[in-house]
Design a protein. Structure first.
Lengths: 299, 311
């Protein structure tokens, strides 16, 4: 039962992460893959504030959330200068640089990780209560993103994604919109990181590497980019299906790679057989079409 | 610490170390230029090549040359599969950068997990011993690995640039890199050019992994770190310039290794990513020398020329 509840907590956290990631890469069209970096900032900041400074986790979590949002300016900065491939690689540099930084700093626990992070409240919270908290948080995040995307601001984000020049000519400030959307999504990721840290009470730099970026991207793409339900289904599917293999009672040295193989096979199969995702929004995964195709369609 | 013998030793060791980095970078830059994919699946080809060589030497007890030949074969096969079943499909569907990124990363992960399943997650080397005889040349310790490694890298790059500049197939690849539609109109078989780029890249990384795996320990995820160095060097060299990427790889390797003189060794990894971040924010078109920038500006002003015909 505890195993299932822990799995539920992870699913909830990944719903928060995938939905907020979709806000950046899907709705805003900013190809930044550094989302796990903000997850890391939230986890480490909250953990360190509680562990080293003795702050109550209930205070440390919102501060860590704000810190993750504020630090997002390091991704906003390249986003204001470059886009597409360059932004993807810049964000990758930021993420991997941050991981190296965490690995080399003594106060963050180095590459061994940060352990003994205090639980959310004194005396351990039951897995059931924590799962409830995480799932409620996930529901609020999904609702919030949906509401934002249907507001004037959301329409401005969409307009900016579709045609930045036209959006700017209509009086929208592209810089302000990009900075805010990245800050909002990063803050949400930081919140998820803080929740993670105070439940599992141990974080290591490797948990936030490029493979985590790939996992989150996959959840969004397999679920359905730019949709409300897509990231939810993506997180649910890709967190639970590889776990099914644990019931085969394989030895640990085979279990890990076997789960990884199942995960990658599932993703590759979806990419080629259902590229628009389980919840089809739009053909958002498509890049630019050749000019002739566009012209033919317009005529 | 700043005495000449120390500096010359670090410079020599750095130069030897960059031999495989240059090959990984040239391979990555070539596929990015011709196939127009950030090919993180190269990590998968590297893993496959290494473990093939490892299995051939350590398990089947084959000689080194036979192991190298088998590794070349496997990397060629994997590169062909990635191009024909992956990139060709993504190209036909006009897939976005993001989609290409996920695909290539998933392939690399798939190969890494397969290697972990077959060979375990502990570190291994191609040959039982990593120790090579050392000769003192003018106060600099030169190992038996250094000279063949540097020679292999220089040889491979010479052949690559010669092929791109003088061979008809190489020129076809550059034409496809420049404008695939126009190249197709001129009768160039674009599919062959894409496949050729992947095969050459596969061969380059096989040589690189053979060098790396005969000097350092490897586990299934090692190629990710090696790949990221290639990505950084490619960006620094300027996307579309294989020569620039190769030079950037040498410079970056030298800076990274020589940084041990001024910063603790554990910060060497951080240095690479910090350079990448700064380079993208401030030099998104790569770091260019003044002459080259002037030439590029002139090229841009000429309406008939759309891009550099540089290998």
């Amino acid at each position: 039962m505890t195993y299932l509840l822990v799995l539920l907590i992870l699913v909830g956290l990944y719903i928060i992460l995938a939905s907020s990631f979709d806000l950046v890469i899907g709705h805003a069209g900013l190809i930044s893959i550094a989302h796990p970096a903000f997850f890391a900032i939230g986890a480490y900041a909250s953990g360190l504030l509680a562990l080293d400074l003795g702050w109550p986790p209930l205070v440390a979590i919102p501060v860590a959330t704000l810190l993750a949002a504020a630090s997002s300016v390091l991704v906003s900065l390249p986003a204001l200068r470059v886009s597409g491939d360059y932004l993807m690689i810049a964000s990758l540099g930021f993420q991997l640089g941050l991981i190296e930084l965490i690995k080399n700093l003594q106060f963050s626990g180095g590459s061994g990780g940060l352990s003994n992070i205090p639980p959310l409240v004194k005396g351990n919270v039951s897995p059931l209560t924590y799962a409830g908290l995480v799932l409620v948080s996930a529901a609020v995040v999904v609702w919030l993103i949906r509401r934002i995307m249907r507001s004037d601001y959301g329409r401005a984000v969409t307009a900016l994604r579709d045609d930045e020049t036209a959006a700017a000519m209509l009086g929208r400030d592209p810089i302000w919109i990009k900075v805010w959307v990245i800050a909002l999504a990063s803050g949400i990721a930081g919140y998820a990181g803080a929740l993670y840290a105070h439940y599992f009470r141990f974080v290591t730099p490797e948990q936030f590497d490029i493979l985590q970026s790939a996992a989150l991207l996959t959840m969004v793409v397999v679920g359905g980019i730019r949709t409300t339900w897509g990231p939810i289904i993506g997180a649910l599917l890709l967190e639970t299906v590889p776990q099914l293999i644990t019931y085969l009672n394989l030895p640990p040295n085979i279990l890990g790679p076997a789960q990884g193989l199942l995960f990658t096979t599932l993703v590759l199969a979806f990419m080629f057989f259902r590229p628009s995702g389980l919840v089809s929004g739009s053909a958002a995964w498509r890049g630019s079409e050749p000019l002739e195709v566009v012209n033919v369609r317009r005529s | 610490m700043f005495e000449w013998p120390v500096i010359s030793q670090i410079l020599w060791t750095s130069l030897a170390t960059t031999s495989f980095y240059v090959l990984f970078t040239a391979a990555f830059a070539l596929v990015l230029k011709v196939n127009r994919f950030f090919n993180f699946a190269q990590g998968g080809v590297m893993t496959a090549a290494f473990y093939t060589a490892y299995a051939a030497v350590q398990m089947a007890h084959l000689p080194g040359w036979a192991a190298f030949g088998l590794a070349l074969l496997v990397s060629a096969l994997l590169s062909t599969i990635i191009e024909l079943f992956g990139f060709a499909t993504l190209r036909a569907k006009h897939a976005s950068v993001l989609f290409g990124f996920i695909f290539t990363l998933m392939i690399a992960q798939f190969v890494a997990y397969t290697a972990a399943l077959l060979f375990g997650t502990w570190t291994v080397t191609i040959f039982p011993s990593m120790f090579y005889p050392v000769t003192l040349v003018g106060g600099v310790a030169v190992s038996g690995w250094d000279v063949p490694a540097i020679g292999s890298a220089i040889g491979c790059l010479t052949v690559l640039f010669g092929f791109l500049r003088f061979a008809p197939w190489g020129q076809s690849m550059l034409a496809v890199a420049d404008n695939p539609d126009l190249a197709g109109l001129y009768g160039i078989k674009t599919k062959w050019a894409y496949l050729m780029a992947m095969l050459i890249a596969g061969a380059l990384v096989t040589v690189g992994m053979f060098l790396y795996g005969s000097r350092a320990q490897v586990q299934p995820m090692t190629s990710f770190d090696l790949m990221l160095f290639a990505v950084v060097a490619t960006i620094l060299g300027g996307i579309g310039s294989i020569g620039g990427a190769a030079v950037a790889a040498v410079m970056l390797g030298l800076v990274q290794n020589a940084s041990i003189l001024v910063i603790p060794s554990q910060w060497q990894g951080f240095l690479v990513y910090a350079v990448l971040f700064v380079a993208i924010v401030f030099f998104p078109r790569g770091v260019r020398l003044p002459e080259r920038r002037a030439r590029a500006d002139a090229t841009r002003q000429a309406p008939s020329n759309t891009s550099e015909q540089e290998g």
